[in-house]
Design a protein around this ligand. Structure first.
Ligand code: CP3
Length: 360
């Protein structure tokens, strides 16, 4: 395997100087790409696609063939972990993810255990295969869900608008929720470490639903477990640091607390100003984000202007990885995604030409 040819993304996560601002897009492999849909049809279903090493590798590489991205992300899903715990993940057409055996009572929760990582060997096989296919082109990101976000699906049985079931548990039997979260945190730590051992060069933890919690509940039921995971991760592989990114959707109010858990970078959704976020925590962590994915539905000029605005708000110097504030929408126009990637590369050079690159 060739040595890494483009490590801009890894350097930015460590706040080291770069020539431009690197970019990747959350959910960059997915249904907005016609070639993804074709491969998924060949695989049979989304889960078959995740479990097929060759096809999972193919869809991971697809967005890199179209766009000049600075990182690849493993093609898989956060819900593979509860699936390996025996909850029976399936996708009902048009309904999103569902579990055959959600955690419905105390006995279900008492029986829950950290799964044998052997059950997830298809994920680690995919990591190894993708690394071979990338052949040093860009780094590969591994990922998992946060303990709280996974628990939302495990308790609700699928996607939710109100989170009534899990919040009922949180306010009536916090001990049971803590038990789930503790097992999830142990499972996620082992799962991410196995991805790193298989070749993941950075990892991102998605806390998609942390933002639905109150301030106090976020600290107790999400942040504490994120901290536990970060403390247990392998931080160096092949002589290089493996950066950790924590993304909490709706977490803009808690940046200071999140910056203190040991992650290298925080992912931002589009609701906060990245310049203000930098002023608050840029001393401690790199920042990733935070283009509103829906802004890809604007005109090319509007996309360029919004990318320019975010780059200007972040300002001179290192420590910014450009990304969307959440996953790309399935109806987004791939041509517009290309405009965003190219604009960020072109416009960001001026922010990295300054001699005083490392002032933050
Ligand atoms: O970023 C990437 O390209 C890597 C792949 C990736 C997927 N899911 C593939 C996927 C990643 C990083 C995820 C993470 C994930 N999965 C999250 C956290 C990030 C976020 O978006 O908030 C969550 C909450 C899930 C759970 C999940 N998986 C949902 C809610 C859904 C259905 C809704 C939807 O957006 O499609 C999925 C299915 C899923 N995961 C698809 C893909 C490409 C679509 C499945 C299909 O092809 O039909």
């Amino acid at each position: 395997m060739k040595p890494l040819q483009n490590d801009t993304f890894l350097r930015a996560l460590l706040k080291e100087p770069t020539e431009y601002t690197p970019i990747w897009m959350m959910r960059q492999a997915g249904r907005y790409l016609p070639e993804y849909k074709a491969t998924r049809t060949r695989a049979g279903s989304f889960l078959d696609l995740c479990k097929n090493t060759e096809l999972a590798t193919e869809v991971t590489i697809q967005p890199l063939e179209r766009f000049d991205l600075d990182a690849a992300i493993l093609f898989s899903d956060i819900l593979t972990v509860p699936d390996a715990m025996g909850l029976g993940l399936y996708f009902a057409e048009g309904e999103g993810p569902r579990f055959e055996h959600p955690l419905q009572n105390e006995a279900d929760i008492r029986a829950l255990a950290v799964p044998n990582m052997e059950k997830l060997s298809y994920v680690f096989d995919a990591v190894r295969s993708i690394r071979r296919a990338l052949d040093g082109r860009v780094p590969l990101i591994g990922f998992s869900g946060s303990p709280f976000t996974l628990a939302c699906y495990m308790v609700e049985g699928g996607s939710s608008k109100e989170f009534r079931t899990i919040k009922t548990m949180m306010y009536s039997r916090p001990d049971l929720l803590h038990r789930i979260l503790d097992i999830n945190a142990q499972a996620v730590t082992a799962y991410l470490n196995a991805q790193i051992a298989a070749g993941a060069q950075a990892v991102q933890i998605f806390d998609t639903w942390g933002g639905v919690l109150s301030d106090v509940a976020f600290a107790e039921f999400s942040l504490q477990y994120l901290r536990q995971i970060v403390a247990g991760l392998t931080r160096e592989a092949d002589g290089r640091r493996v950066p950790v990114i924590v993304f909490v959707k709706g977490g803009g109010l808690w940046l200071e607390q999140m910056a203190g858990i040991g992650a290298d970078a925080l992912g931002l959704d589009w609701t906060c100003n990245i310049g203000q976020a930098r002023a608050r925590v840029g001393q401690y962590v790199a920042l990733q984000g935070n283009f509103d994915p829906m802004a890809l539905f604007g005109s090319p000029e509007a996309i360029e202007a919004e990318a320019a605005r975010i780059l200007a708000d972040y300002g001179q110097g290192c420590g910014h990885v450009f990304n969307l504030g959440h996953g790309i929408n399935q109806h987004a126009n791939p041509e517009h995604a290309k405009i965003l990637v190219d604009t960020v590369h072109q416009l960001s050079r001026e922010y990295h030409s300054n001699l005083d690159n490392n002032y933050n």
